[in-house]
Design a protein around this ligand. Structure first.
Ligand code: NAI
Length: 353
C-alpha cells in the first residue's frame, strides 16, 4: 500500500498507522552539496528498514538548467500528493538574480514554523563541549524582512518592507508553547528589537505575551536581539526554546550552530498545517561541493525529525542513536568536525551502527 505522508502540524508523535508498507516522500536533492548529503541521508534512512518510496524532483539550479524553471510544477504536484519532503539546500544568488526557492516553498505551502533543535553532540570536541547546550529555535517562516519585498522608490533609494502580522506571530508563538508543554520544556524566550521597531516587533511581542499567558506553567522572558547574541555566546546553556521573527531566526540559527560544532550538524523542519519539509540549516557550501567532504549529519538529523513526524518513532530514535555513537567514538567524522573521513565513509559508519 502506498500512502501520502499526510501527518502534519508540529506534532512529532502522530498516531502510528498500522500496516503501512511504504511512505511516499518527496526528495529534493538541491544544489551544491545537496545531492551528496541527500544521497547519504536516503541510504541511512533506508537502512532503518522503514520503507520509503522517494519521489525525486529537482528544484534549484539543476531544474533551471534542465526545465527552465527554478521550481517546476512537478515539485508542487509531488508535495501536494506526499505532504512530506526532504530537501537539500538550494542556491540563492547575492544582490540580484532569482528570489529564494525556500521562501517560495514556505509561503506557497504555508510552512509557518521553522523548527531548529541545537544540541551538543556527545563526544564532539567544540569550544563549548562541557556545557549542556540543548536549545531549539522556533523561527517564523513566512514574513518579516526575509520575505524580500523590496523596490526602488527613486534611483538611489530602495525600500524593504517588514511585514509582521498578528496571525503569523500568534501561530509561531502557539507552536512554540504547545511544543514546550508537550515536550516538558521549561522556558520560552522571545527575541525582538521592539525598542527600535516598536510597531512591527512590538506586535510580535504582544502576540508572544498573549500566548504565554495561556501557558502559565512555562517561564516566559524576552531579550533584545543584540543582547540575545551576546548571551548565547556567553551562556548558551541557559537557553531553552527561542521564538523569533524570520530574519533574526535566520541569523541566530547560524550563531547557534556555531556553538555546537557548525553547520554540518544542525537539522531543521519547516512545518505547516498540511505539509512538512525537512531540511538542514546549512546552504549549498559551494567551497566543498562535489568533493565528497560534506557532512551529512544535519540532513540525517532532519530525517530523524521526519521519521518521528511519520510516526516511526522507534526508527527515528535508532537513527539518532547510530549518529551519536559515531560521534561518541570519534569514528569516521568529516573534516568540518575534526575528522578525516568522506561523506560516504561517515554514512557507512552510521549504517553499521
Ligand atoms: P553555507 O551554509 O552553504 O556554507 C557556510 C560554510 O559552512 C562554508 O564554509 C561551508 O563549507 C560550511 N558548510 C555548510 N554546510 C556544511 C556541511 N554539511 N558540511 C561541511 N561544511 C559545511 O552558507 P553560504 O556559503 O553563506 O551560502 C551558500 C549558498 O547556499 C547561498 O546561495 C545561500 O543562499 C544558500 N543557502 C541555502 C539554504 C537552503 O536552501 N536551505 C540555507 C542557507 C544558505
Amino acid at each position: 500500500m502506498r500512502r501520502s505522508s499526510a501527518q502534519c502540524g508540529i506534532n512529532f508523535t502522530p498516531t502510528p498507522i498500522i500496516a503501512v508498507m511504504a511512505y511516499l516522500v518527496t526528495l529534493i536533492p538541491g544544489d551544491g552539496i545537496g545531492p551528496e548529503v541527500a544521497e547519504a541521508t536516503v541510504r541511512a534512512v533506508d537502512a532503518t528498514g522503514v520503507r520509503i518510496e522517494w519521489e525525486r524532483v529537482d528544484a534549484g539550479l539543476r531544474a533551471l538548467a534542465d526545465f527552465g524553471q527554478l521550481i517546476p510544477d512537478d515539485v508542487f504536484a509531488s508535495l501536494e500528493a506526499t505532504r512530506v519532503g526532504l530537501k537539500g539546500p538550494t542556491t540563492t544568488p547575492i544582490g540580484g538574480g532569482h528570489q529564494s526557492i525556500n521562501v517560495a516553498l514556505r509561503k506557497k505551502l504555508g510552512l509557518y514554523v521553522n523548527f531548529r533543535p541545537v544540541r551538543i553532540m556527545p563526544g564532539l570536541k567544540t569550544r563549548f563541549q562541557d556545557l549542556p547546550i540543548d536549545l531549539a529555535l522556533f523561527r517564523e517562516n513566512t514574513e518579516d524582512l526575509y520575505a524580500g519585498l523590496e523596490h526602488e522608490i527613486v534611483p538611489g533609494v530602495v525600500e524593504s518592507l517588514k511585514i509582521i502580522t498578528r496571525t503569523a506571530s500568534t501561530k509561531i508563538a502557539r507552536a512554540t508553547f504547545e511544543y514546550a508543554r508537550r515536550e516538558g520544556r521549561a522556558k520560552v524566550t522571545a527575541i525582538h528589537k521592539a525598542n527600535i521597531m516598536k510597531l512591527s516587533d512590538g506586535l510580535f511581542l504582544t502576540c508572544c505575551r498573549e500566548t504565554a499567558s495561556q501557558f502559565p506553567e512555562i517561564t516566559y522572558n524576552e531579550l533584545i536581539v543584540d543582547n540575545a547574541c551576546m548571551q548565547l555566546v556567553m551562556r548558551p546553556e541557559t537557553f531553552d526554546l527561542l521564538v523569533l521573527p524570520n530574519l533574526y531566526g535566520d541569523i541566530i540559527s547560524d550563531l547557534a550552530a556555531g556553538l555546537v560544532g557548525g553547520l554540518g550538524i544542525v537539522p531543521g523542519a519547516n512545518l505547516g498545517d498540511h505539509h512538512a519539509i525537512f531540511e538542514a540549516v546549512h546552504g549549498t557550501a559551494p567551497d566543498i561541493a562535489g568533493k565528497g567532504l560534506a557532512n551529512p549529519t544535519a540532513l540525517m538529523q532532519s530525517a530523524v525529525l521526519m521519521l518521528a513526524h511519520l510516526g516511526e518513532r522507534e526508527a527515528s530514535v535508532r537513527l539518532q542513536d547510530a549518529i551519536e555513537q559515531v560521534y561518541t567514538r570519534h569514528e569516521s567524522l568529516t573534516g568540518d568536525v575534526g575528522g578525516k573521513s568522506t561523506t560516504d565513509q561517515f554514512t557507512d559508519a552510521v549504517i553499521r551502527r
